[in-house]
Structures are given as structure tokens and as C-alpha cells.
Write a protein that binds this ligand. Structure first.
Ligand code: TRP
Ligand code: CA
Ligand code: ZN
Length: 315
């Protein structure tokens, strides 16, 4: 409770009755309320095509898509074009870090209750050392394809949907921190959930689900259970990606992660395959973080899980 900002506590107190009422209603109809359509299956080929495009952008711009480098801004412009064409209301938010301009890309899906916003995001920047395809082209492309699926379905969600791609995460979550600081308490209080996706296709994948908020965690763990995929609570990442500033500001957060430089335990190898002692991503923060550094099945399943969560949480 001490981590919840005072304004948030007031908002929670005021919203308690309606929150309980809607919990009861959704409880009565079961997961994915009876009147809401199921999320579509997202085509992994589309996600992979996005990753190939991000790799081409890195190739054309000195091999990376890092904050302050041409490849970063080119990545932002590329995604913005697709979102604009699909009918999103987009904006680029600028900030400064280390003497260079950084950019967040925010895309709102018109409609839904503006007082109850469900948000999903991923950092779009790489480190200087490489193209950043698993870290974090994977999360960026997954969120993009889910957003495009919302448009394709012409979804009319009860809650307002917002998608974001953050700059300068690799410098300490600079872009997402800037966004949270600029939002102000009024707008922050309207965020029912922030879902974060960072590294979704590690070549030796683990299936880690953020354990920060039990209800959001369950939306994901229930989904993996239907696929017979074992998950583990993600705890190590607290403070290591863009959900941290939202959590710090009192927003409920959730998300997915397939592992970075840490090595697999024997128990993890037993449940997910591979060998104990191998790192989840041997190309983490290196020049070899290319489209070859992706486990397609993990990225496919995780992208479909995001679609499931967005459909369920916004209905
Ligand atoms: N971008 C993060 C980083 O470079 C990647 C990461 C490591 C991460 N551990 C995590 C992301 C746990 C989410 C959760 O450190
Ligand atoms: Ca799929
Ligand atoms: Zn990352």
C-alpha cells in the first residue's frame, strides 16, 4: 500500500463499488465474458516480416537502432506509418537524453471509455552494439501486430486501448519514465493496466509472466495453461524494463519475458527444454541479435497471448 501514490488511493477508494460490481459480473460469465469475441490468432509470419524490416533499418543505419542514432528514428517513423494507415491516432513524444533527442510513439485506438484505459507497450530502441531484434524488436513487433489486429477486427472495446513504443529504455527506461512524468495524476489514474513486452523470442526461451498484479498475471497464466505451456513468475525483472515507472506511479502492471543473459536452471531445462547453464539469449546486447536470434514458437505464442489479454481486459 505504501507504494500506491495518494491520488491513486483516492481513485481506488472512489472506484471500489464499481470495481467489485464488474468483478462479480465477469466472475458470473467466466473468463472472456460471454458477449465478447475471442481474440484472433496473430500470424507469426507478419511478426517475422516486421523483424526483417527492423533488421533492414539497422543495416541501413550503421547496424543499430539505438537512442540518438538514425536507426532509432527510422524505426519510429516506420511503425507510425503502419499505425496511421490502420486508423490509429498517433503521436510522437520527444524528450532529451545524453544530448540527443529521443522519441516515444503512442497510438490510441479511437473509442472506448476514456476513463478506463488499457495500455500495452514495448521499447523500440536497441543498444549501440547491434540491431536489437529479440531485445526488443520482438516485443515491438508483437505489440504492433496486436494493434493492427484490433484495427482489422474493427474492435469496439468497452475500455480505451492505447499502444506505445518507448525510446531510450536501454539508458534506464528514459522514454517511459518521461511519459509517466508528463501524464499527470489525472491521466495516470485512468490507466487500469499497463502491459509490458520486452524480449519475447529468446532462442532458449523461458515463459516468464510478470507477477506484479495477480489479476493481470492470471490473464496470461490461464492462457498458457490452455496451451499446456509451463510458466514461471517473473520477479528478477522488477525495475529492469518499462513497466517500472508505471508500477512506481501506482498503475497495475503485467507483462511477458522469455529471458536474457541469465542461465537456465536444471528445473527450467526440464520443463522448457534445452540445457541447464545455457543463457536464455546468448546474443543479448550483441551484434548477433538478428532475426536468427529468435525462437519462432515462443514469439508466436507470446504474441497470441498479448492479443488474448488485450481482448479480454478491454471487454
Ligand atoms: N531490457 C532489459 C535489460 O536490458 C531486458 C531484461 C532483462 C528484462 N531482464 C528482464 C525485461 C526482466 C523484462 C524483465 O535489462
Ligand atoms: Ca499465432
Ligand atoms: Zn529490452
Amino acid at each position: 500500500m505504501s507504494r500506491i501514490a495518494p491520488w491513486r488511493r483516492a481513485a481506488l477508494a472512489a472506484g471500489t463499488c464499481t470495481a467489485v460490481a464488474s468483478l462479480l459480473i465477469s466472475g458470473a460469465t467466466g473468463a472472456g465474458a460471454a458477449n465478447s469475441a475471442a481474440a484472433p490468432d496473430i500470424d507469426i509470419a507478419a511478426v517475422k516480416a516486421d523483424l526483417a524490416e527492423l533488421q533492414s533499418i539497422a543495416d541501413a543505419n550503421g547496424g543499430n537502432r539505438a537512442h540518438g542514432q538514425a536507426g532509432y528514428k527510422a524505426s519510429v517513423d516506420h511503425l507510425k506509418k503502419k499505425l496511421d494507415a490502420a486508423g490509429f491516432t498517433t503521436k510522437i513524444q520527444e524528450f532529451t537524453h545524453g544530448g540527443a533527442t529521443g522519441y516515444n510513439l503512442v497510438a490510441d485506438w479511437p473509442g472506448g471509455d476514456a476513463e478506463n484505459v488499457v495500455m500495452a507497450g514495448a521499447h523500440l530502441d536497441s543498444v549501440d552494439e547491434g540491431p536489437g531484434i529479440n531485445d526488443n524488436g520482438s516485443g515491438s513487433a508483437a505489440v504492433l501486430e496486436v494493434a493492427l489486429a484490433v484495427a482489422k477486427a474493427d474492435l469496439k472495446p468497452e475500455k480505451h486501448l492505447r499502444f506505445a513504443w518507448w525510446g531510450a529504455e536501454e539508458y534506464g527506461m528514459v522514454g517511459s519514465t518521461h511519459y509517466v512524468n508528463e501524464l499527470g495524476s489525472g491521466e495516470l489514474g485512468k490507466l487500469d493496466a499497463y502491459l509490458n513486452f520486452d524480449m519475447l523470442g529468446s532462442p532458449n526461451p523461458g515463459y516468464f509472466v510478470y507477477d506484479d498484479d495477480p489479476a493481470l498475471e492470471k490473464v496470461f497464466t490461464d492462457y498458457y495453461a490452455t496451451k499446456n505451456i509451463a510458466t514461471e513468475p517473473e520477479t528478477e525483472g522488477d525495475g529492469r524494463s518499462d513497466h517500472a515507472p508505471f508500477k512506481e506511479a501506482g498503475v497495475p502492471v503485467g507483462g511477458l519475458f522469455t529471458g536474457a543473459e541469465a542461465t537456465k536452471s536444471q528445473a527450467q531445462a526440464d520443463k522448457w527444454g534445452g540445457k541447464a547453464g545455457e543463457s536464455f539469449d546468448p546474443c543479448y546486447h550483441s551484434s548477433c541479435d538478428s532475426p536468427k536470434n529468435i525462437d519462432d514458437k515462443a514469439l508466436d505464442t507470446n504474441t497470441d497471448a498479448i492479443a488474448h489479454a488485450i481482448w479480454q481486459l478491454s471487454s
